[in-house]
Design a protein around this ligand. Sequence first.
Ligand SMILES: [Mg+2]
Length: 268
Amino acid sequence: MKETNSLKSKKLFLLDMDGTVYEGARLFEGVNEFLDYVENSGGRYIFITNNSSRSVKDYVLRLKSMGVKVTEDNFFTSSQATALYLNEHHKNEKIYCMGTASMIEELKKMGVDVTTDKKDAECVVVGYDTELTYQKLIDVSYLLQTKKGIPYIATNPDRGCPTEFGLVPDCFAICEAINYATNRRPVYIGKPDRFMIDYAVKMSGFSKEEAVVVGDRLYTDIASGVNAGVDTICVLSGESTQKDIDESEIKPTFVLEDIKEILKALQE
Ligand SMILES: [Mg+2]
């Protein structure tokens, strides 16, 4: 672990949301002060989220309702990352998407040719679909088995998504259900893959050394920073405990209690 003093050179903060800046509908103390400090010192913050059930527009509304000043430029979701991936690797293909209406809207906005017609489908994409129906599971199973070798992509490898009472099945859990039936597993795009971190750093104009990934999950947030060669802060306000960190092979650069403690370290 590095001394938190070296955090002062950081300009680009790539922030997770759930367990890092809020829990459910409760914004953590010190978030607005932290974001103001980053902006006033010439830095930038981008919320990097694996959650593909909401669009960027949804997130702007959600954070604004919690009293956080944000615009669409402050977000990068795994749906957007998946759209970039599809535009690079599956250009001009008709994409069958099993995801929320918000996810489909996001893909279309970024130029992906989304189809709901199984006949036309040349590629299958699965997201964290909170509007999932059994018919959708049948359709994806049909495509994966009748169109042998059809490309199969998923937005994020999270097992569960936190709610007020505990976890609910996220994208990985949905894809594992499909795997039991079809014996196919997708290529996953979101964290811990380095793609989202690399892309956000490149678009920001800051260097890797000036960037830091902040999150509460070792196997997604912290691993994505490690994979991209970017420093990381694990906050203890969400999923991971100090014991988890001690026992894990994935080691963050810094461990701090919460976002308020990060602000304190920057100001000291
Ligand atoms: Mg989180």
